[in-house]
Design a protein around this ligand. Structure first.
Ligand code: C5J
Length: 230
């Protein structure tokens, strides 16, 4: 058992064999100019600060033999999995499915829909495509984690108050213990970043725990102690 003593609101303990690093939606459509995030008027630089610490955490997790799972938000080319309420909401400069500089916005298979180069999944690492904000809705994530006997999630990705929160809240309801890595999750809004993290750890950790990626790296072994899962 490994313990992050600096986690808030209290120490967080996890076992390598029952823990996964979850990397949520680190896609060009959210992190690069010309994508969905930018089309909504957001400054993508606010999210890009997560890339360097998350790349270091990914390397540490892989070296330790930890299960790594990536997610991507997006839709089928015919938009049959995109509810009209999502498609027509707001006044973005480009809507989901419109052609942008990185391909059709938030459409599976397009360049912008894929994960940024710095955090590209390795062969064998599951990539869960999800049509919603939460990583459990209409996906096989729960089945995959159950099959691998995963109970704890080290949660990273974007955005803190949208897809990270939705996923952590549902993971909590499903019985997973979530440690959210503050420097590896990002919001377009500094205030939402601060409050989003506070909301997770408040009330005795109502949805989970919060720590820094360096706290995790400090306790991870530098060589795998687990057999890779088949
Ligand atoms: C958003 C996400 N913000 N991955 N998606 O629309 O957080």
């Amino acid at each position: 058992m490994l313990t992050i003593a600096a986690a808030r609101p209290a120490a967080y303990s996890f076992d390598l064999s029952t823990t996964a690093l979850l990397v949520i939606d680190m896609q060009r459509d959210f992190l690069e100019p010309g994508g969905f995030g930018a089309s909504l008027g957001n400054d993508v630089e606010q999210l890009r600060r997560t890339i360097t610490p998350l790349a270091a955490l990914l390397a540490g997790a892989r070296a330790a033999g930890l299960t790594v799972v990536h997610t991507r938000e997006g839709h089928l080319p015919d938009l049959s999995d995109c509810p009209p309420a999502k498609l027509h909401r707001g006044a973005p400069s480009l809507r989901i499915g419109d052609a942008g500089p990185n391909g059709r916005i938030l459409i599976r298979g397009e360049y912008g829909h894929d994960i940024v180069d710095e955090l590209a999944p390795l062969p064998g690492e599951p990539v869960i495509d999800k049509p919603g904000k939460g990583a459990f809705y209409a996906t096989g994530l729960d089945a995959l984690l159950t099959e691998r006997n995963i109970h704890s999630l080290l949660v990273t990705g974007v955005t803190t108050e949208v897809c990270v929160h939705t996923t952590v809240r549902e993971a909590n309801d499903r019985g997973y213990e979530c440690l959210v890595l503050a420097d590896c999750v990002g919001s377009y809004f500094p205030e939402f970043q601060r409050v989003g993290l506070d909301m997770i750890a408040a009330q005795g950790g109502i949805f989970g725990w919060v720590a820094e990626s360096t706290d995790v790296l400090a306790v991870l072994p530098s060589t795998p102690v687990l057999q890779p899962s088949s």
